[in-house]
Design a protein around this ligand. Structure first.
Ligand code: TYD
Length: 211
């Protein structure tokens, strides 16, 4: 039997890492994942060895290394193609469960709504890089842009995070629109850690009941 593919999306500072840690602890203690299978925790960009090099090209803050928007889009797509082929598809095919910190939704939100690149072009590239692999469920951790900025005040910004408030607002609007359009599970990341986990847990239990 195929495994499950769970994706967590959200703007920077929405608490994806904390939630993924909580979720993986909970999942490992349940019998939802078959005994001979494992839970794979991964991320984009940078889920593979090659992807780590692509990630540093993408997030490098030095001006002279800055990719233009189309190059940026292609680098995220290349990272994804490698990630899908090396990690996600083989894992799901052998029955493992995969949790990915970001996936195609991030490209639509950041490069589509943020950079204003053509959504159709992004979707065409998505078809190429995923070859039909898509999440069983996507969670959007939703926080106000002001809160995202506040939470990251003592952190060093990467190149994308340096784009500033207007860019981030567009990304945030994009995520909300995508969430509606694609029936993602949107969760307020202003709730407590426990409340967020509990919402994620019930959605995952539902998922295993239906499929
Ligand atoms: P992330 O790993 O979430 O950042 P961190 O772990 O440092 O909080 O993501 C890195 C950045 O890449 C983030 O600002 C969002 C951006 N991004 C895109 O612009 N497009 C994409 O397709 C993806 C996957 C990420």
């Amino acid at each position: 039997m195929k495994g499950k593919f769970i994706v967590i999306e959200g703007i920077d500072g929405s608490g994806k890492t904390t939630q993924i840690n909580q979720l993986s602890q909970w999942l490992s203690g349940t019998d939802l994942i078959p005994e001979n299978n494992q839970l794979v925790i991964t991320r984009e960009p940078g889920g593979t060895q090659l992807g780590k090099s692509i990630r540093s090209l993408l997030l490098d803050t030095s001006k002279e290394n800055s990719p233009d928007s189309i190059t940026e889009l292609l680098l995220y797509a290349a990272d994804r193609a490698q990630h899908v082929n090396e990690i996600i598809r083989p894992s799901i095919n052998k029955g493992d469960w995969v949790i990915s910190d970001r996936f195609c939704g991030s490209t639509l939100a950041y490069q589509g709504y943020g950079r204003k690149l053509d959504i159709k072009l992004i979707k065409n590239l998505e078809t190429i890089s995923t070859q039909g692999v898509s999440p069983d469920i996507t969670f959007l951790l939703d926080i106000p842009v002001e809160e995202s900025i506040k939470r990251r005040i003592n952190r060093k910004d990467d190149r994308i995070e340096k784009e500033g408030k207007e860019f981030l607002s567009n990304v945030s609007l994009g995520f909300k629109a995508l969430s509606k359009e694609n029936k993602w599970k949107k969760i307020s990341a202003m709730s407590t850690k426990e409340e967020i986990l509990s919402e994620i847990q019930s959605a995952i239990k539902n998922l295993t009941r239906i499929k």
